[in-house]
Design a protein around this ligand. Structure first.
Ligand SMILES: [Ca+2]
Ligand SMILES: [Ca+2]
Length: 127
């Protein structure tokens, strides 16, 4: 559509620079857990404190079969106790581990994208 390109108004951020609104911990690094719980809350559309497969699937890049299948594979990996729901603890722990090799900037960009995706979809609304 081309109407979502608000980035051109801002100067490009320097390498490794986080946006001003990024939450930082006392040591100046990105507060990844805060971002993850924010994502979790936005995905948890029925507010039961857990992510169902459907709620988790909001974080799939695309809704083609291959991507959703990958996302559901990931769901099974994150769901350590196999109760078909992701707790905040399961979600946070997995994402922190899988993102441990990422820079704060890369992690922020990924998390920011997820927040946007989770906000865009409300699985509790029947269409
Ligand atoms: Ca839920
Ligand atoms: Ca679980």
């Amino acid at each position: 559509m081309g109407c979502g390109s608000s980035t051109q108004a801002r100067p490009p951020p320097g390498e490794g620079m986080l946006p001003k609104d990024a939450k930082l911990k006392a040591d100046g690094t990105l507060d990844r857990e805060a971002m993850l719980s924010f994502i979790f809350a936005h995905c948890d559309d029925d507010n039961d404190g857990k992510l169902s497969m459907l709620e988790f699937a909001q974080l799939a890049d695309k809704y083609d079969k291959a991507t959703v299948t990958l996302q559901l594979d990931l769901f099974a990996k994150v769901d350590k106790n196999a109760d078909q729901n992701l707790s905040l603890g399961e979600f946070t722990k997995y994402q922190l581990e899988s993102g441990s090799g990422m820079s704060d900037k890369a992690f922020y960009d990924m998390a920011d994208k997820w927040i946007t995706m989770a906000k865009a979809i409300d699985t509790s609304k029947k269409k």
